[in-house]
Design a protein. Structure first.
Length: 154
């Protein structure tokens, strides 16, 4: 009896097809990766701005409700929350430092580098704006003389 042996022809992708697919995937990753990285950096910077706005608002509320003078002292690499008339005679401080690539620039506050809330007051004694930047992206944080605190991408 003769056995009828059928050789199964193996089916699969050729080397050329695999190389083309890998090339397309590499091109897509070259396009998507920088965009995703940039969005992550923007998001991180926005998070720092949001935290600063929250901290200013916190000091504002504490001043209004506790009848204690409160303030925020700004520096290039972060800011300090303080209780008292000035940072020098503060009874409590909380230092918030930014990473090396995040800077506070273009500070335009009516009373130097401090945002100050007098005891029992909601409205700030000093107001103005500042810019938080990572060198590529920037966000302006503003507080007006009525005490409204906002931030916006530049």
């Amino acid at each position: 009896m003769a056995k009828n042996i059928h050789k199964n022809k193996l089916k699969g992708f050729s080397l050329f097809e695999l190389l083309i697919t890998m090339g397309i995937l590499m091109l897509l990753s070259l396009i998507v990766f920088p965009v995703a990285t940039q969005k992550a950096q923007e998001s991180k910077l926005e998070s720092y701005a949001s935290q600063l706005v929250t901290d200013i608002y916190y000091q504002q509320q504490r001043s209004a409700h506790r009848a204690v003078p409160e303030g925020v002292s700004l520096s290039a690499n972060g800011y300090t929350l303080f209780d008292g008339e000035t940072l020098l005679d503060a009874t409590e401080t909380d230092i918030k430092d930014y990473p090396n690539n995040i800077r506070i620039t273009s500070v335009s506050i009516t009373n130097g580098d401090d945002i100050f809330f007098p005891a029992g007051e909601f409205k700030p004694f000093s107001y103005g704006s500042l810019v938080i930047t990572d060198g590529l992206h920037s966000i302006r944080v503003s507080i007006n003389k009525e005490g409204l605190i906002v931030y916006e991408k530049l």
